[in-house]
Design a protein around this ligand. Structure first.
Ligand code: SDX
Length: 441
């Protein structure tokens, strides 16, 4: 898999000799112009949101937005979601290929025996109000983990990086369930080593000390599939936040906290919660047209949550699997007329045929159906993004490890176009005019 320069791009700037820029080609995807040399010529580029900018080289995930393709280490997402479980996918993302039976057994054993959290972490939860949003708790607790695991903070030690990855993958479900239990005033449930990764999470969420919780295998499989679909997605906003935090040498737990904070935004991982609340707000099929009109209105900040994507300009392949999972779960739970499914299905049908959405290439994304599935499973709406974060932790830590292993990795430090005041002199206090910026006349 080469990325050596294949061709050269010539940049012509008036008054300057032509600047030759090498063009790189990865295993898959478009050719890339390597602009690193621009700085030596006194120039840099402008690309808000990094729409046309590659921040790194990566072996982990490939997306072809035009064709709706998503590969984890080369394997198509629909095959992984239907033929593997989440822990096999975690192994794949971390190690570069799927495990054999022995490797899978050993990996699952290691993860299972890291699911407990330090007893003093229980006290940290008590510092939060009961009505705190679970994502607010997760942001705080994840960052605090670095105060508990001093033995694995040497980011240059491969064994400590690997131990941190095990701990994070294993403990996120425990912490996620604790953030839920704390918010409803129920006691925390310990992990049960006899259960699967998804089954254990469901048990910690819904069991109580008073009675056991019976894991429904269809729900367990659906949740495991949701974890797989959300496990990684190349250089999305939260993964880029983890990478740029890690580029300064910050410890992995602080970097995961940065990822959690970024994921929480409604334009990103917060969209599943925002999408369900939007469906609730629309309420009936009859009210859809007025919301479609709002989404098109440039003066209205309203957007159709669960639609559109920075990279996918075709149907998000994860949404296809999620749609199928949605119907499986509703059928299994004998939910024939989920109140929001009718609205979602009609909204999707209208959007897929509406000129505005077609022109803007706005298709349903992974968050469109996940909210309905999670709602049907009984996951409370304010836990949707926590589920996304739980699943994405393996992607975050895999990219963090890849960045720390990359000799070309440098501290992330974007430039800017300065549009502020030109240099000026400070006047003595008594001679200054009123600040009109703060108090416009
Ligand atoms: C995730 O990056 C990832 O990989 C993320 C993710 C992952 O797995 O990590 O895939 C997970 O975050 C999925 C996306 C979840 N977000 C939502 O569903 C929120 C709703 N979607 C939008 O906010 C938006 O589509 C984004 C943020 C997802 C993408 O935004 P872009 O690519 O920056 O596009 P844009 O905001 O510049 O919009 C382009 C045009 C604009 O119209 P014009 O000004 O050009 O006329 O499309 C319009 C936008 O107004 N538009 C929408 C819209 N999304 C874009 N109009 C109505 N509804 C929408 N949802």
């Amino acid at each position: 898999m080469s990325d050596t320069a294949q061709k050269t791009a010539i940049l012509s700037i008036p008054g300057m000799d032509p600047i030759e820029l090498p063009m790189l080609k990865g295993t898959l995807g478009p050719e890339v112009i390597d602009i690193r040399a621009l700085g030596s010529h006194g120039y840099f580029t402008y690309d808000p949101g990094f729409v046309s900018t590659a921040s790194c080289k990566s072996h982990i995930t490939f997306i072809d937005g035009a064709r709706g393709v998503l590969l984890y280490r080369g394997y198509p997402i629909d095959q992984l979601a239907t033929q593997c479980d989440y822990l096999q996918v975690c192994y794949l993302l971390l190690n570069g290929d799927l495990p054999d039976n022995e490797q899978y057994r050993e990996f699952r054993h290691r993860i299972t025996h890291h699911t407990l959290v330090h007893e003093q972490i229980n006290s940290l939860f008590k510092a939060f109000r009961r009505d705190s949003h679970p994502m607010a708790i997760m942001c705080g607790i994840a960052g605090a983990l670095s105060a508990f695991y001093h033995d694995s903070l040497d980011i240059y030690d491969p064994e400590q990086r690997e131990l941190t990855a095990m701990r994070l993958i294993a403990k996120m479900p425990t912490l996620a369930a604790m953030s839920y239990k704390y918010s409803i005033g129920q006691p925390f449930m310990f992990p049960k080593n006899s259960l699967s990764y998804a089954g254990n999470f469901l048990n910690m969420m819904f069991a109580t000390p008073c009675e056991d919780y019976e894991v429904n295998p269809v729900i367990e499989r659906a949740l495991d599939r949701i974890f797989i679909l959300h496990a990684d997605h190349e250089q999305n906003a939260s993964t880029s936040s983890v990478r740029i935090a890690g580029s300064s040498g910050a410890n992995p737990y602080a970097c995961i906290a940065a990822g959690l904070a970024s994921l929480w935004g409604p334009a990103h991982g917060g969209a599943n919660e925002a999408c369900l609340r939007m469906l609730e707000r629309i309420g009936t099929v009859e009210r859809i047209p007025q919301y479609i009109a709002k989404a098109k209105d440039k003066n209205d900040p309203f957007r159709l949550m669960g639609f559109g994507h920075r990279v996918y300009k075709n149907y998000d392949p994860r949404a296809k699997v999620m749609r199928q999972t949605c119907h499986e779960v509703l059928n299994e739970l004998h939910i024939s007329n989920h109140p929001l499914l009718d609205v979602a299905m009609k909204l999707e049908e209208i959007a897929l045929h509406d000129d505005y959405f077609i022109e803007h290439k706005l298709y349903p994304n992974v968050d469109f159906y996940s909210g309905i599935v999670l709602n049907a499973i009984g996951i409370p709406t304010n836990m949707f993004t926590v589920i996304f974060a739980l699943a994405r932790t393996v992607g975050w830590i895999s990219h963090w490890i890849e960045m720390n292993e990359d000799p070309a990795s440098r501290i992330g430090r974007p430039r800017q176009i300065y549009i502020g005041e030109a240099e000026r002199e400070v006047k003595p206090l008594g001679e200054r005019q009123k600040c009109v910026v703060c108090h416009p006349e």
